[in-house]
Design a protein around this ligand. Structure first.
Ligand SMILES: *[C@@H]1O[C@H](CO)[C@@H](O)[C@H](O)[C@H]1NC(C)=O
Ligand SMILES: *[C@@H]1O[C@H](CO)[C@@H](O)[C@H](O)[C@H]1NC(C)=O
Ligand SMILES: *[C@@H]1O[C@H](CO)[C@@H](O)[C@H](O)[C@H]1NC(C)=O
Length: 273
């Protein structure tokens, strides 16, 4: 997108947006809280620090097959993006119970320390591309490159165990009942219910359109897809459409009733009116 187009988009969103976005029958205001060159993705909110963490993908390297895609891990604090300089960060997860922020990198798992640096924890030389921390369990879920297999990590012992029956995941989220929602190989969105051996496919979501999944405080699972936001329920294969989007989302995160959605060059905040 050109700078002019981006500017017009921002101006539009800053003026014309009062209460015009409906999510679950409630009106929201949309504000662009950050504009940045690249694609912000893997959004996650930290309720303790009020930081919004995101990974920034360099679009030029993403489109060039010859080079490794360049990514950096950022913290958005008081509307200022802060880059975590000492790792190649690829995703973050917040442990709400223990007030910790885990960082995935191309060289293992790290934790964010008081000076906004990454301190190494485990899995040296392993390329971790996704992280998810459920609120009410001690496990951390991680996706390891190159096969994108999902592992459950016991944080007290730094031991990982492969999650069977999920062949791969490009996006992953876990609800409070340990049901695992994922998308593998750019196909369909599925859920592996706790105790089941076979995943169930959600219907009605276009193929290749899933972009991100977030779980709110009440354990509602929301998928951001190319055509909008869907509520994924563990007991119904038909998701509920919550909101149409007029842009392709890349990341989603909840902060109480409010939420953030990112797209190329922008992070939006949706606030209840
Ligand atoms: C949107 O709401 C704000 C605060 O309530 C108000 O100041 C502003 O004029 C409104 N903008 C429009 C376009 O209605
Ligand atoms: C909510 O949005 C709808 C549709 O844009 C509008 O008709 C309605 O007046 C809004 N309600 C409030 C309370 O702003
Ligand atoms: C944070 O981590 C960096 C890099 O590992 C280290 O140099 C620094 O001393 C750490 N700061 C604190 C407060 O632990």
């Amino acid at each position: 997108m050109s700078n002019l187009a981006l500017l017009l988009l921002l101006v539009t969103s800053a003026v014309a947006d009062n209460c015009s976005h409906t999510f679950n029958k409630v009106n929201f205001t949309r504000t662009a809280i950050l504009t940045i060159k690249g694609l912000p993705t893997n959004l996650v909110y930290n309720p303790f620090t009020k930081d919004l963490l995101f990974t920034l993908i360099d679009l030029e390297t993403l489109q060039n097959d010859e080079v490794q895609t360049k990514m950096d891990q950022y913290i958005l604090r008081d509307n200022e993006p802060i880059k975590i300089e000492n790792i190649n960060g690829q995703a973050a997860a917040v442990d709400v119970e223990n007030n910790k922020v885990y960082l995935a990198s191309d060289d293992g798992l790290h934790v964010l320390n008081k000076t906004d640096r990454a301190s190494f924890l485990a899995f040296k030389d392993e390329d971790i591309v996704q992280l998810f921390k459920p609120r009410n369990s001690d496990d951390l879920y991680a996706v390891f490159f190159p096969d994108n297999e999902v592992y459950k990590i016991d944080m007290s012992r730094n031991e990982k165990e492969r999650v069977e029956n999920i062949p791969c995941a490009f996006i992953v989220a876990v609800d409070s009942d340990d049901n695992i929602y994922y998308e593998c190989d750019s196909k369909f969105v599925k859920v592996l219910l706790k105790g089941f051996q076979e995943s169930i496919e959600f219907i009605g979501i276009p193929k290749n359109s899933a972009r991100a999944i977030a779980v709110n405080e009440e354990s509602y699972v929301v998928l951001a897809a190319n055509d909008g936001l869907y509520w994924l329920r563990p007991d119904n294969v038909i998701p509920k459409k919550m909101m149409d989007l007029d842009y392709v989302p890349a990341g989603i995160a909840f902060n109480g009733d409010n939420f953030y959605v990112s797209t190329t060059g922008v992070i939006y905040k949706y606030e209840m009116c």
